[in-house]
Design a protein around this ligand. Structure first.
Ligand code: AMP
Ligand code: GLY
Length: 425
């Protein structure tokens, strides 16, 4: 079969890598892809958000399955457009993707279906939002309702700071239309984990739990990023707690979607805060996390094509999904300055002759210029290694990191450490 993967980051490289292992897959295309993906797939020069062009390409090439990586195409209605053309695609409809692209929708949905989340208020005008600040205690979290590439949630510690953020979002429109409506919510304290699940509209099956490291610097210092590294599974969360998450979060999410008349087919990712009052949903995403996908997909034993088709065809409950018993750690190598402005075009050294036994190198912001691989984004590479224990996978991943270099390369040196410490505690 012919498969098309949409997107160009580390998550999409991991998807292509996993799909390439399927015996059913004869050919993979990636739009637009990156130089790492190009080793496994044919790159197609169409942007991930150009929905009509992508549909034309898929029809013309006779693509049997399309897998969408990022949220923007889902929000633009790619699944609806492909389905209209009779093309098989993994990804929720535009209506279903609201869970991610409208935080107001997601919060109201959680409230309606009693899914544990932070208490909140929503605002379309700045003045009432500023008034509301007079009656609350801090810290608080202010969130732009729309998509904001990881820049939409701000933790504020006092009223003046909150006023500034609200004015930037709602009056100055620093995030464009995405910040016209905001959610102000209770600050939740605890450990953050990523609960991703496969969903076929009728059943919802959790993947192994993973943990991202959002802050740019080791020790959880500095500003939030798209994610600086992940590991999986998360052993300090017991099977019993995972069952509770299924019962209190995933199943009610699916039931709520059905009540709303939404048939959700694809990945649902709930970002959770493990609070003293139990796990609470911080946000939903309608896709794999990145870099979560780079540690979770390498642990998936079942053929990913089979899993995708089971989701699309509504027969997930009849599929046994198997996971490797190892641990996976993914360390992100980023450009100096990320998540702020960063330099590009730095030559990347040390990627030669890495065997899969040593680990996987997933490309994100890379580019070939005159045959030389250079940096082209904030997050440049994801280095993933598997080990029998979490400790061993961490050690292996960093051994590989030590061989790679580009000017200004920054990474956290503590990915996975939390997992080891908390599990042994
Ligand atoms: P979101 O875009 O909603 O995922 O928020 C981005 C990040 O902000 C999350 O991954 C958390 O680290 C943090 N965050 C979001 N909401 C809250 C909250 N209510 N309390 C504490 N931290 C939060
Ligand atoms: N790593 C967080 C995300 O993909 O949203």
């Amino acid at each position: 079969m012919k498969v098309l993967v949409i997107g160009s980051g580390g998550r999409e490289h991991a998807l292509v890598w996993k799909l390439s292992q399927s015996k059913q897959v004869k050919r993979i295309y990636a739009a637009p892809g990156n130089p790492g993906i190009a080793r496994l797939a044919e790159l197609v020069d169409i942007s991930a958000e150009a929905v009509p062009e992508l549909a034309r390409f898929a029809s013309g090439k006779g693509i049997d399955l399309t897998v969408v990586g990022p949220e923007a195409p889902m929000a633009a209605g790619i699944a609806d457009a492909f389905e209209k053309e009779g093309l098989k695609i993994l990804g929720p409809s535009q209506k279903a993707a609201q869970l991610e692209y409208s935080k107001v929708f997601a919060k109201n949905f959680m409230h309606k279906y009693h899914i544990p989340t932070a208490s909140y208020e929503t605002f379309v005008d700045c003045e009432p939002a500023l008034q509301f600040l007079k009656s609350v205690s801090f810290p608080l979290v202010i969130k732009a309702s729309g998509l904001a590439a990881g820049k939409g949630a701000v933790i504020v510690n006092y009223r003046e700071e909150a006023q500034t953020v609200l004015k930037q979002m709602m009056v100055e429109k620093a995030l464009g239309k995405s910040g016209e409506e905001v959610v102000i919510e209770e600050y939740l304290d605890g450990e953050e984990i990523s609960l991703m699940a496969f969903c076929d509209g009728k059943s919802i099956v959790p993947m192994v739990l993973s943990q991202d490291h959002k802050k740019v610097f080791s020790g959880d210092e500095g500003p939030n990023t798209g994610g600086m590294g992940t590991y999986a599974p998360v052993d300090f969360v017991s099977d019993k707690e995972i069952e509770r998450m299924q019962e209190k979060i995933l199943q009610p999410t699916l039931d709520g979607l059905l009540q709303e008349g939404i048939e959700y087919k694809g990945i649902i990712y709930a970002g959770l805060m493990l609070t003293s009052a139990g796990p609470k949903v911080l946000e939903y995403n309608c896709r794999f996390g990145d870099p979560e996908a780079q540690s979770v997909l390498p642990l998936l034993e079942t053929d990913l094509v089979e899993v995708c088709e089971a989701m699309i065809e509504g027969r997930l409950s009849r599929l046994e999904i198997e996971w490797n018993k190892s641990y996976a750690t993914c360390v992100v190598l980023a450009s100096a300055g990320y998540p702020g402005p960063y330099e590009k075009g730095k030559e990347i050294h040390g990627l030669e002759e890495v065997s899969e036994n040593e680990g996987m190198i997933f490309h994100a912001g890379t580019k070939l210029v005159n045959g030389i691989l250079v940096t082209a984004g904030g997050r440049v590479l994801g280095i993933t290694a598997l080990g029998e224990t979490l400790d061993k996978s961490i050690e292996k991943a960093y051994r590989l990191v030590d061989r790679i270099h580009f000017e200004g390369m920054q990474y956290r040196n503590d990915i996975g450490r939390k997992g080891v410490l908390r599990t042994n505690a």
